[in-house]
Design a binder for this molecule. Structure first.
Ligand SMILES: [Zn+2]
Length: 316
């Protein structure tokens, strides 16, 4: 059935398994995640290796998301879950990996440097293998919009690609207002999005740590802002690093549909809860989208097997 499909229309997995270790930002625990290839049509699946009595398999899917503080959490029907999956999901999505098993020995993914750069580098090294079956995509047919607290809103409209238009507005002048208009491709993700770190206000870190959260949060894995000052040595990696990180997060959450979305997403004050609410609203309206097979009629620019060498060589 795959006859006639060009290679990059097919589903992909990685070639070589690899591990990434680091602290979990909320628990402060050392955590190792091992990423392995998986079968066609299996999607991205997390396995809690520290859980033995219950079902430890958690499929990355919008139906498995639950409300969590400051991160994206998925849970199975036994209540076994995994937190902070968004940066891994973002990198897997942007690199065009449809199927992978992720084995993890704790309740959250390692935060690494707060961006997805190390994950992207590891994926590039692991290599990408095309599989037998064509990939699917979710085509938006009409506008879906939501409004949330604090004046935040989001909407999605039809588009021939995946486009993000995000606008953040923080009272701290160290962040302030930032905008990004971004048409997603694998090479542009590597160059302009993957290095953007997560960020927070110093007072929020202090409040969270008083509440027993963010135990692993340090200047090594987040940009910390205090009254207009960036506290990290070396400052920002790019002037609009914060809104770029919002794009990174948004892509990770959108991949909970299990496939690329062809649509334009516009959002004011975006965050995990807003993106997930938009996705739930979209999925509930069956007249707003259709799932199609990727074919030669569309040019999704996905995957990295055909990237020019210069695009795959991200700075050390
Ligand atoms: Zn993030």
């Amino acid at each position: 059935m795959s006859k006639g499909f060009k290679l990059n229309y097919l589903q992909s997995t990685i070639i070589e398994p690899f591990s990434l270790s680091g602290v979990g930002v909320h628990t402060g625990r050392a955590i190792t995640a091992r990423i392995e290839p998986s079968e066609t049509n299996s999607g991205i699946c997390f396995w809690r290796e520290d859980i033995h009595e219950q079902n430890n398999k958690i499929q990355a899917h919008i139906n498995n998301t639950v409300i969590a503080l400051l991160c994206t959490r998925i849970e199975n029907s036994d209540g076994v879950g995994i937190n902070t999956i968004e940066h891994f999901m973002s990198a897997l999505f942007a690199m065009g990996i449809d199927n992978a098993n992720i084995y993890v020995d704790g309740p959250e993914m390692p935060i690494l440097d707060g961006s997805s750069e190390l994950i992207v580098k590891a994926l590039l090294k692991a290599g990408q293998r095309q599989q037998k079956y064509p990939a699917s995509y979710l085509k938006i047919l009409k506008e879906v919009s939501i409004i949330s607290e604090n004046g935040a809103w989001a909407r999605i409209n039809p588009s021939s690609n995946l486009e993000l238009s995000l606008h953040i507005d923080f009272p701290d002048p160290g962040i302030g207002q930032q905008k990004i208009d971004y048409s997603v491709t694998t090479s542009s993700y590597i160059e302009t999005i993957s290095r953007a770190r997560t960020f927070c206000m110093l007072r929020d870190v202090e409040n969270m740590q008083h509440a027993g959260l963010a135990k692993g949060g340090t200047l090594e894995n987040a940009v910390v802002v205090d009254n207009g000052k960036i506290l990290n040595e070396g400052g920002l990696r790019m002037i609009d690093e914060c809104v770029r990180h919002k794009a990174l997060d948004c892509l990770g959450d959108l991949f909970l549909t299990g496939m690329p979305i062809f649509g334009k997403i516009e959002a004011f004050k975006p965050g995990h809860a807003l993106t997930l609410k938009l996705l739930h609203t979209l999925m509930a309206d069956k007249s707003a989208y259709v799932v199609k097979t990727i074919s030669e009629d569309v040019s999704p620019a996905r995957g990295f097997v055909n990237l020019p060498k210069s695009a795959a060589a991200i700075p050390a």
